[in-house]
Design a protein around this ligand. Structure first.
Ligand code: CA
Length: 342
């Protein structure tokens, strides 16, 4: 029998304190035209063996990012309770309606899950899911890994990402948790718009939060899946929950984990006009300040000279625009620099 909670409209038959592997659903009310008493059944797994840390893995926070969901579905099938100490909570599709629709935002209420925290008990479906995670799951968690990717609009260097935190102890633990994943890049970043993010929700509780950006273009590749799966295993080893030797998965012929930062606004290049974007560089290419990153063509004016996009600083190409069609204000490129601090 699913347990009804006073504090959330989401119910579940999962018992978070029970040893063993449970694979079930979060039941989210979804009354609609063709299903008056309808429920959104959102997969969740809890794999627990005795005492130890609790690590939360989420994927599908944005529905067009596939490394997280696929690696987590594989984890749910493969991981047995006896292989770990502690508790692993897995939600492969955090914005499940978006994952099923292949869209970044929820097709039900149009909301961005990563701007919905701390959520609302009586809100829209995205807010109700966020509220359940905020109030029922995060209090149990020691560390959360939210597995993103570049989605439809961006290609990212497979990476894990953390924020600068004022609490030194929390920052040190978070840096170690980032490095433990052994992604090709660990990025320490200051984001301008953090309101409503799962990241912020976990960080504000004083816990360890690591985001990941594992690929992009709304496509999966063998390399990015392998990096994701190795990262998950490495994390379980890092927290003393699983035995084994951490491994660095290869990316583009290299096995390395660099720590990088985006120290100034010149790292971010945006489109200053509408058009068709022709990139000149690949991810991981080294860039000098002022170097041409690409150019914007004007499809309605063949005689017009393309607008050249230049690097605002030096660095390594960390992220670039995926689709060719662009609008003014789209992010075209992000440059990162090796960190001297971390
Ligand atoms: Ca994302």
């Amino acid at each position: 029998m699913a347990k009804k909670s006073e504090s959330s409209r989401v119910s579940t038959d999962i018992r978070y304190d029970k040893d063993g592997k449970q694979v079930s659903y979060l039941r989210v009310p979804n009354s609609r035209d063709n299903s008056g008493w309808g429920t959104l059944l959102m997969p969740i797994a809890v794999i627990k063996n005795g005492k130890g840390p609790t690590v939360l893995f989420t994927g599908g926070n944005h529905g067009d990012e596939y490394e997280g969901p696929v690696a987590l579905l594989k984890l749910i099938r493969a991981l047995e309770a006896k292989a770990i100490k502690g508790r692993v909570i897995v939600i492969p599709g955090l914005n499940f309606p978006a994952l099923m629709a292949g869209t970044r935002l929820s097709p039900i209420d149009g909301r961005n899950m990563n701007r919905a925290f701390p959520g609302e008990r009586a809100g829209t479906i995205t807010q109700v899911i966020a509220h359940y995670v905020q109030t029922q799951i995060l209090p149990m968690v020691d560390a959360a890994y939210d597995l993103h990717s570049g989605g439809y609009s961006m290609f990212m260097t497979p990476s894990v990402m953390i924020h600068y935190l004022p609490n030194k102890k929390q920052m040190a633990a978070t840096v170690e948790a980032m490095k433990a994943f052994r992604a090709p890049v660990g990025l320490v970043i200051e984001e301008l718009d953090t309101e409503g993010m799962l990241d912020t929700a976990v960080e504000n509780m004083g816990k360890v939060f690591v985001g990941a950006e594992l690929g992009g273009g709304a496509v999966l590749t063998p390399e990015t899946i392998a990096i994701t799966e190795a990262g998950i295993r490495n994390v379980l080893i890092h927290f003393g929950m699983a035995k084994g030797k951490p491994e660095t998965a290869p990316w583009r012929g290299r096995r390395e984990s660099l720590v990088m930062e985006t120290p100034d606004i010149g790292c971010f290049s945006m489109a200053m006009d509408d058009g068709l974007y022709e990139p000149f560089l690949e991810l991981r290419d080294t860039v000098a300040e002022g170097q041409k990153l690409g150019q914007i063509h004007y499809p309605q004016a063949p005689e017009r000279t393309p607008l050249v996009v230049r690097a605002g600083t030096s660095g390594v190409l960390y992220c670039r625009r995926a689709p060719g069609r662009i609008e003014k204000g789209d992010t075209l490129a992000v440059l990162a620099k090796p960190s001297k601090t971390w």
